[in-house]
Write a protein that binds this ligand. Sequence first.
Ligand SMILES: [Zn+2]
Length: 117
Amino acid sequence: MVVVAHEMSHGLHDDARASINKQLVLSGLLIEVLGEHTNAGSVIMALVTYNYIVQRGFTLPHEVRADEDSFRYIASIGGNVRAPAALWARVADKLGERPSGGILGEILNPNNHPSTT
Ligand SMILES: [Zn+2]
């Protein structure tokens, strides 16, 4: 329920539109930077860079607000706001720290939420 409430906050605050505006600006910059240097290597590097930047998506302030909103939404319907924290603590205990995909994994398949650490 907390994940749905978190995503509802992103939707209600139109966070995706801010991300799309960022994509449009980056597309324009990409075209300017590439100019006439459009060999396969430069295009691939430009697309990987573009993908990395765009996939970072929401900003940390968006995430903090979405988390705060999600708890407010759950509390407003009488839900248990302590349950999500307890659940994630159990998941962390079971899984422990998971290794990241390294720098290559981060570039090719970046997380669309900013790190909180
Ligand atoms: Zn989020």
